[in-house]
Design a protein around this ligand. Structure first.
Ligand code: ASP
Length: 330
């Protein structure tokens, strides 16, 4: 199934990256913060600034996630996100340290900073995951302001979609061309950060798939699907059509592969190949991308289709946006 172009693309992207997690060889230009998509660059800058100011890794990944959450031009995270098919913007987020500290929310409404509510779940409740009305009520109780997340632009996109879209509760119904640049609009932000001692944390925040069923939750807020971080092993995050990640607990699999000795790059490639093998024609035209970081600063990224980008910030604060190699050429 893999075309030669896709295969060579993968090799090119993997070149120059140290290969074995925990290997003695030093990693060239080790990464400190990585995040999904090109808009991750601004998120990384906020996370890096937080670390430089003495903040914790959790402070850093939260600050990073807050950047696209507050950006009304980003239609798949936070304020300005596209609504579900009934016109409600609902947010999903998770935050995680490397020692099992986890907080998550799903189907959160009327609150810009889902990642901060997720952090409050981790730090202020005995729970790891609060959803729906309970999550929104918890946000109010914690003093997060009530904000209508549906911007005029997002409302217009939804109303345009309503004119033509037939809702069908089938796999891949979300796999349509979105208004922004005709690109497939899968743009969750997942961030992974490490410090000089190799401790790690991660965050993932999204408004989910545009025009989804009310109550639908994707991969992003689920530990082991949208995000997984483990001390001494590394972390992984995902983006794309969440159902394809959730059904195989994708990031838990990436981190398990790293625990078994695969590099972050090899681990991301393994999970994408697994999805392709498992799902065959069902994932035709579907995008799923994984990003991984080791405690030593090695980075891995791989996706099904071309178009997945990610931002890498090194220990000196220099950021580069890279293209993820893909399994298929198109
Ligand atoms: N993974 C997200 C979801 O399925 C979508 C995205 O990455 O944009 O909710």
């Amino acid at each position: 199934m893999t075309t030669r172009r896709g295969f060579l693309g993968g090799m090119a992207a993997a070149g120059g990256v140290a290969t074995v997690a925990g290997a003695a060889a030093p990693v060239r230009d080790p990464a400190m913060i990585v995040s999904t998509w090109d808009f991750g660059a601004a998120a990384n800058a906020a996370a890096f600034a937080k670390l430089k100011a003495g903040g914790s890794l959790i402070d850093a990944v939260e600050a990073g996630g807050m950047v696209p959450e507050a950006d009304p031009t980003n239609h798949s995270v936070g304020y300005g996100g596209y609504p579900d098919r009934d016109g409600h913007v609902t947010l999903d987020a998770v935050i995680m340290d490397d020692r099992g500290g986890v907080g998550a929310v799903a189907a959160l409404e009327d609150t810009v900073h889902a990642i901060s509510v997720a952090r409050a779940v981790m730090e202020k409740t005995p729970h790891t995951f609060i959803v729906g009305e309970g999550a929104t009520r918890f946000a109010r109780d914690q003093g997060f302001p009530k904000v209508d997340l549906l911007t005029p632009e997002a409302e217009k996109a939804w109303r345009d979609w309503l004119k033509t879209a037939q809702y069908k509760p089938e796999a891949n119904i979300e796999n349509r061309r979105m208004p922004r640049g005709g690109a497939l609009d899968h743009d969750t932000i997942g961030l992974l950060a490490r410090d000089a001692s190799g401790r790690m944390a991660g965050a993932c925040t999204t408004s989910g798939m545009a025009f989804k069923m009310r109550g639908r939750v994707g991969d992003s807020p689920q530990v082991g699907s949208g995000l997984y971080v483990e001390a001494g092993v590394g972390g992984a995050t995902s983006t794309g059509l969440g159902e394809e990640v959730t059904r195989i607990a994708g990031t838990a699999r990436v981190v398990a592969s790293m625990r078994a000795g695969l590099s972050p790059q090899a681990a991301c490639e393994e999970v994408v190949r697994h999805i392709a093998r498992l799902r065959g024609d069902a994932i035709k035209g579907v995008q799923v991308g994984f990003l991984a970081l080791s405690p030593q600063g090695e980075v891995g990224a791989f996706c099904l289709l071309p178009g997945f980008t990610y931002a890498v910030t090194d220990m000196a604060g220099r950021t580069v946006v890279k293209k993820g190699a893909s399994l298929f050429a198109a």
